[in-house]
Ligand binder design. Structure first.
Ligand code: SF4
Ligand code: SF4
Length: 73
């Protein structure tokens, strides 16, 4: 059986694209996003769920793959 798992890094923000709409702040189930003068992201809280990435109307958020491994058993 082939089993593979993909892990992701905490979300990264492209501040040039972010229009500070605040949508990701309200949607984040981990309360990892905060809007002050600019968007703040608490990487320790982020579970890399991807909800904010899918929502962001400006395409300012990205999930990068941390590692990938597969096992045969
Ligand atoms: S949803 Fe996108 S544009 Fe809106 S505050 Fe979050 S990162 Fe910025
Ligand atoms: S990936 Fe999930 S946990 Fe991380 S900031 Fe976005 S909505 Fe929050």
């Amino acid at each position: 059986m082939l089993v593979s798992e993909i892990k992701f890094m905490p979300v990264s923000i492209d501040r040039k694209k972010c229009v500070t709409c605040g949508g990701c702040v309200g949607l984040c189930p981990a309360n990892a996003m905060h809007l002050e003068t600019e968007l703040k992201h608490d990487v320790k809280k982020c579970t890399s769920c991807g909800v904010c990435v899918r929502f962001c109307p400006a395409g300012a958020l990205e999930l990068k793959q941390a590692n990938r491994f597969a096992t045969n058993s």
